[in-house]
Design a binder for this molecule. Structure first.
Ligand SMILES: Cc1ncc(COP(=O)(O)O)c(C=O)c1O
Length: 389
């Protein structure tokens, strides 16, 4: 019999959908997938070349568990210069971003603790918290255009609150938190003595707002674990390179888990990571500009459909529209897949309040965006898709 804790988590719905899409595609079906959480671009060539160079240099053995020193230094420098976080290499651990979140939860949480999570939020936070025995507490953000407002957080804080998970720019909504909102959260963390896990993986995919790191408030560094990585901005999801920056007492605890689990990230991949952080920024800027054009296109086309309502988000590569149908979000997604071969992700995969929403990823070409939205146009599905209420 499996451990009790396995009953506290479900399989990832997004990975489940990706597997189903792969199966249908393998059968030759023409699927338009708006469910993917990864850029469809190739990793920039100078980064691939650096990995090859690393392999040629024989960087194929174990690396230091926390990361190779030059990479940790480059990461610390990036956070100091771009994000104003007062850190250096000793605060860094290199690991896949998702694994840094998992390790942080394991190192920090236990039964009886409560963790505040914005609703909706990326699906794995809930699982990473729940597997430790701690309780995820969702804070509904719909009333505030999905912003994680200090006023709403203040109502949810209890003496058991141990941590708050903050994701800006956000998956699935694309909102970008303002400096003032972060200041409010920072004050609450100080007043009520809780930690912050700040997931900034979409930091560079931002169109209108400005990204701020909560760990840049001087008094917040000691209670913030900032996680980030190369997956999204550099189109490197398959490389599994991310990191955390944490105060030393927390970094040391997480380091033990890393040593006893994945040991290290392949050194040739880290070698490429150094090139990503220190090399030309042109390729990243080009990808962001293409994402901007897709965001504009998809927002316009979806709003024209007259069953979805969505604002243009400031960051990430997702739209999170409300839909109007008698169907539940899971049934609606199933319907779209069966009838139109278009794949989106049900809103309640991201939080309990969002069963009338779906997530569209625009990590797909403009041609495919036009094709997919044409397929689901209301005229073709009047019995299921209704105008917004
Ligand atoms: C908000 C958020 N954080 C973390 C991750 C995980 O990133 P990685 O694949 O680099 O581990 C994702 C991936 O979808 C994400 O959307």
């Amino acid at each position: 019999m499996h451990a009790k804790r396995m009953n506290w988590i479900d399989p990832s719905p997004t990975v489940g959908i990706a597997n189903k899409v792969a199966e249908l595609k393998a059968k030759g079906e023409d699927i338009v997938s708006f469910s993917v959480g990864e850029p469809d671009f190739d990793t920039p060539k100078h980064i691939v070349d650096a990995a090859k160079e690393g392999l040629d240099k024989g960087m194929t053995h174990y690396a230091p568990s926390n990361g190779i020193p030059e990479f940790r230094e480059a990461i610390a420098e990036k956070h100091l210069l771009d994000n104003n976080i007062p850190c250096d290499a000793k605060h860094v651990i290199v690991a896949p971003c998702k694994h840094t979140i998992f390790m942080t939860c394991l190192a920090m949480l236990e039964e009886g603790d409560e963790v505040l999570i914005q609703d909706p939020a990326w699906v794995s936070y809930e699982a990473c918290v729940a597997i430790t025995g701690a309780s995820p507490i969702f804070v509904d953000t719909r009333e505030h255009d999905f912003h994680f407002k200090p006023e709403a957080i203040a109502e949810a804080v209890t003496p058991k609150t141990k941590m708050l998970i903050l994701n800006t720019p956000s998956n699935p909504t694309g909102i970008v938190m303002s400096k003032q909102e972060l200041r409010g959260i920072a004050d609450l963390a100080q007043d009520h003595d809780f930690y912050i896990l700040a997931d900034e993986i979409y930091e560079k995919i931002i169109y209108d707002g400005i990204h701020h790191s909560i760990a840049s408030f001087p008094e917040l560094f000691e209670r913030t674990i900032t996680v980030n990585g190369l997956s999204k901005a550099y189109a490197m999801t398959g490389w599994r390179i991310g990191w955390l920056v944490a105060p030393l007492d927390i970094q040391k605890q997480v380091a033990k888990i890393q040593q006893h689990s994945i040991t290290c990230i392949p050194p040739f991949a880290q070698h490429a990571g150094i090139r990503a952080l220190t090399g030309p920024v042109g390729p990243v800027n080009d990808m962001v500009e293409e994402f901007r054009a897709r965001r504009d296109l998809m927002t316009k086309l979806l709003n024209e459909l007259d069953t979805f309502e969505v604002e243009k988000p400031e960051g990430a590569f997702y739209l999170f529209p409300k839909f109007n149908s008698d169907k539940s979000d899971f049934d609606f997604v199933e319907y779209l897949l069966e009838e139109t071969r278009v794949v989106v992700t049900p809103g309640s995969a991201f939080g309990p309040s969002c069963d009338k929403y779906v997530r569209f990823s625009y990590a797909a070409s403009r041609e495919r965006i036009k094709e997919g939205i044409e397929r689901i146009s209301v005229e073709n599905h009047e019995d299921v898709l209704k105008p917004p209420v």
